[in-house]
Every structure is written in C-alpha cells, then in structure tokens.
Design a protein around this ligand. Structure first.
Ligand code: G1P
Ligand code: ZN
Length: 543
C-alpha cells in the first residue's frame, strides 16, 4: 500500500452553504471533485498526526463510495484512527454524539439532509469539529479558500475496507473501527429521559406512529421506540433506509410526510405521530388530528423542560433562529432566562452552548435540540415529547392548547418558492432593502410597520459578525414578515417568506393559521412584488 499524490485543479463551485457542501450526485462523481473538497478539509483543520476522526452518513446514494474514498484519504493524511458507522451509517445527531463521547478530533458527515437521494439527486459533505458541531465560519471559509487553490491531494492505494460488520481493520498505518451506529446514541437518550415513564405510557395503550421516511432514523427508532421502550412492532413505519428514500422527499412536514399525515388525520388515528428527515436531525410532531408547529414545539419543550430528568434543574437559556416564531421568547421571559436570536443554521447555537449560555434551541424548519449534542436531533425531540406526555398524562392537543392559553398563540407559516432564477430572487431581496425607508411607519389595514432591517448578528461569545441574514419587516403588534434566501438549495434560488402573527385572545386560538395570516400574506406579496418579479403565483411548499 502506498500513498499517491494526485495532481488536480480547483473546481469553482465548492463554497460550503449553511450545512456543508451540497451538490447533485453527478457533480460529486466527477473525477477529483470529492477528493479536492476532502483534501481542502484536511488542509484546513490542522489535525495532529495520529488524530481520530468520526465518519458516517445518512446512507443515501453515493454514501458507500464516498466513505471508501475518505477513509483512504484519511490514511494518506496521517490520521491514526477512524470510527465509522457500520454500513457507513451514522445519523447526524449520532455522529455528533460519537465525536463528543470519544473526544475525537472531529468528524465528517455525509448527507444532504432532507433533500431527495438517488443517482441524479443530492449528496453532501460537511466537517464537524471536536465539540460535535458544524465547523465554525472561520474553518468553513478556510476550507473554501483551500478548495480554490488546490493543486494535489493524497490518497492511499488500497482495497476497499469491509464496513458491514463490527470489526477493526487497518488501512496503511491507520486503524478503522467499525462501530454500531445506534448504541452510543441510544444510551445517551436513556440518560436524558424517563424511559420508565414512557414505557408505562406505551404499555397503557398510548399509540404512537413514527415515520422514518426510509431514511437513516429507521434503525434508531426501531431500537429505541420498539425494542427499548416497548412500542408495538410496526409503530415505526418506512423503517428500512433506502439509498433513494423510496423515491420520496425525506423532509418531515405536512407535505412530504403524507403517509404519516394520512394516518394521523384519519379515522382511528394514533395518539402521537412523528417523523424525521434524511439524516435524522429534523422532526415533526403530531397529536391525534393535530399538528404542532416547530416554533410552538420549541416553546413547549422549554416551558415543560423540567419534566425530563436531564433538564430538571432548569435551563440556562434558550435560542432560536431569527425566522423562528417568538413563542419561545415569552416562555423565556416567564422563566426569567435569556433568549438569543441567531441567524439560520445550526452552527450559531454551538457557540452559545459551548459557553453554557443556552440549553435548548430550535428553528422553525423542524429542527430542535439541546446541549446533549451539537446538532439538531429528531428522535431526541420525539422522546422529549413522549416524556412530557407521560408526565402530564394529557393529549398532545390539550398540552398545546393550555400552552397557548397561558402564553398566547403565535400563528405561523412559511412559504417557499423553490427553483427560482437567481436574478429574480436577488431582485426581490434588493427591492425590499431599497424599500425600507418608505415602508417604515406605513400602515396596512390593522398592521403598522414599526421597523425594517436586514438581520445582522454579533456572536456574543466570539464577537464575529454575520450580516445580511434576511429582511425583517416588524409590525407594531409583534407580527413579523421575514424574507430570506435559502443557503441549502442545489438548483436555482429558493426564496422563503416567513409569516407570524401574535394572538393573545384565547377565543381566536382555534383559527386556522392560513386564515389568521391571510392579511399578512397579502402584505408580503405586495411589498415584495414577488409575483411579478418571479412569475410565480403560488409557493412550491407551505409549511
Ligand atoms: C434550511 C433551514 C434551516 C436549517 C438548514 C439545515 O436552510 O431553513 O433552518 O438550519 O436547512 O437543515 P436554508 O435552506 O433555509 O438555508
Ligand atoms: Zn437533516
């Protein structure tokens, strides 16, 4: 076995987005494409000789090939050991858990999260550092900079490593340890939640349905929900991970998790439903014929946190991404703990957690998490909910309605316009920025604009500044309209419009969110000129 230095040339499109580098599979399959990016990572992270790395992915198409390439490159770049999930599998939260538990130097996660998989679909790669969280902005920038000047990469000439059994092999001088992808994570979950109480709840006839969407969480949910907690067999549906997620879009929302939604809104619906995404970090929570918005879910977990053993001492603070509704802000106020508003993307939460400033955090995009790892965590959210239901002995709907009665309700919805021509999408954003002065103090029916800005965030821990994080139109009654361009799309541009209206009056809490937000939606379309500028009458997805 010998190390080969391969001459290469930079590709112009290796700028990592919110969650690493995401491209179509054929892009990754170009000669040297993956290798260039991996070498750029290794050249940027300054790992000492003999360091340990974690490696795994969500099992989508090209996962196996990519794992073999990365292993051979890690060996050629002086790593001492790689912990790789059996079959090349590790959910994103499990990878974070393993990095932290074994105090490794970092890890590489292969996933395009909730995007479809398959030969013509999406693939992705990202680097997480030793806190288990996505690389910081500085490291990400360094990786991108390296990718622009790369001239060669190093790879070991060797046969593929067997990955389908738990074993230890060596690759050149490097140890490859194939680990059970589920057990470390399952143990962590058992240490956080009251498994006995959940077991009793399930034994008492409380019915649950978990839709793994043919994605990575299938084996995790089978082991934790069915084997350890005793949910009846079949409680986990679409449990077998497939390279193309069964042709579906592995995103747990009302549109894409339609199998589950049909069951939960049908006759004889179970008491609790949930789903997670391609790499297992997102979650959707449903009660019997009842949808819990992710923003409400975060607020509710914060308000009930002390019911779970891991959080019984209370929370240091909470954080939400800017577009996430302010429901959690009012819980924080009542609990007298700080609440941080960060840009979209999980990496901003990591700094706050490492500094001990927050315990819980979440995003409107079906992501919730805590300081147990440094990624959002789908199954964790499900277990947290089950723990709360078991302790309160109430239905999901009753718990949410009580919450609204106490704190008020934030009606919330997100409109996504996908695959727009980049120029048109940028045009909408620029037009909005140019309108700040005229919009301020303008009145639209019962809504008066208080201020508008382009969200900017100064990290309270390291002082770094992130500008241009989305246009905010803030109304005097606390309602908000946010416009933001996606950082994770792989085709054209995706424009997201986030709408939020606060309602204190309980007699109006039964309203449908789309009805309650009707006026705000009209205002959003009008001030953005979205329809004329993009030629789109309807959003692609409404969540
Ligand atoms: C989307 C979500 C964001 C999330 C990210 C990764 O990013 O909106 O909240 O952190 O996926 O799961 P976006 O496409 O909006 O940049
Ligand atoms: Zn994901």
């Amino acid at each position: 076995m010998s190390v080969r230095t391969v001459a290469t040339q930079p590709f112009s499109d290796q700028k990592p987005g919110t969650s690493g580098l995401r491209k179509k599979v054929p892009v990754f399959q170009q000669p040297h494409y993956l290798e260039n990016f991996v070498q750029s990572i290794f050249d940027s992270i300054a790992a000492p000789k003999g360091a340990t790395l974690v490696l795994g992915g969500d099992g989508r198409y090209y996962n196996r090939e990519a794992i073999q390439i990365i292993l051979k490159m890690a060996a050629a770049n002086g790593f001492g050991e790689v912990l790789v999930g059996c079959g090349g599998i590790l959910s994103t939260p499990a990878a974070s858990c393993v990095i932290r538990k074994y105090k490794t130097y970092g890890g590489i996660i292969l996933s395009a999260s909730h995007n479809p998989g398959g030969p013509k679909e999406d693939f992705g790669i990202k680097y997480n550092s030793n806190n288990g969280g996505p690389a910081t902005e500085t490291v990400t920038e360094a990786i991108f900079a390296k990718s622009k000047s790369i001239a060669s990469y190093r790879i070991l000439d060797a046969a593929d490593v067997p990955l389908d059994q738990l074993n230890e092999t060596s690759l050149g001088g490097m140890k490859v340890k194939v680990i059970d992808p589920v057990s470390d994570y399952a143990e962590l979950m058992e240490s956080l939640f009251d498994f006995d109480a959940i077991r009793t709840l399930l034994k008492g006839g409380f019915k649950i349905k978990f839709d793994a969407m043919h994605a990575v969480n299938g084996p995790y949910a089978k082991e934790i929900l069915e084997a350890r907690l005793g949910a009846v067999s079949g409680s986990v549906m679409n449990a077998v991970p497939l390279e193309d997620f069964g042709g579906g879009h592995p995103d747990p929302n009302l549109t894409y998790a339609h199998d589950l939604v049909e069951i939960m809104f049908g006759a004889d619906a179970p008491d609790f439903g949930a789903a997670s995404d391609g790499d297992g970090d997102r979650n959707m929570i449903l009660g019997k014929r009842f949808f819990v918005t992710p923003s409400d879910s975060l607020a509710l977990l914060a308000a009930n946190a002390t019911l779970a053993p891991a959080y019984k001492q209370g929370l240091a603070g909470v954080a939400r991404s800017m577009p996430t509704s302010a429901a959690v802000d009012r819980v924080a106020k009542a609990l007298n703990i700080p609440c941080f508003e960060t840009p979209t993307g999980w990496k901003f939460f990591g700094n706050l957690m490492d500094a001990g400033k927050v315990t819980l955090c979440g995003e409107e995009s079906f992501g919730t998490g805590s300081n147990h790892v440094r990624e959002k965590d789908g199954l964790w959210a499900v277990l947290f909910w089950l723990n709360i239901v078991a302790a309160r002995k109430q239905s999901v709907e009753a718990i949410v309605r009580e919450h609204w009665a106490k704190f008020g309700r934030n009606f919330y919805s997100r409109y996504d316009y996908e695959g727009l021509p980049t120029e048109a999408a940028n045009g909408v954003m620029q037009h909005l920025r140019d309108s700040f002065a005229t919009l301020t103090k303008q009145q639209f029916g019962k809504y008066t604009v208080q201020t508008c800005d382009d969200f900017s965030y100064t990290d309270p821990v390291d002082g770094s500044v992130s500008k241009g994080q989305g246009v905010r139109i803030l109304f005097s009654d606390g309602s908000r309209i946010i416009f933001r361009l996606s950082g994770t799309g792989t085709e054209g541009a995706t424009l997201r419009v986030y709408l939020e209206a606060f309602e204190a009056d309980v007699s109006r809490h039964h309203l449908d969110a789309q009805d309650a937000l009707k006026e705000l939606i009209q205002i959003a379309l009008r001030i953005s000129e979205l329809q004329t500028r993009t030629g789109r009458d309807q959003p692609t997805v409404i969540t």
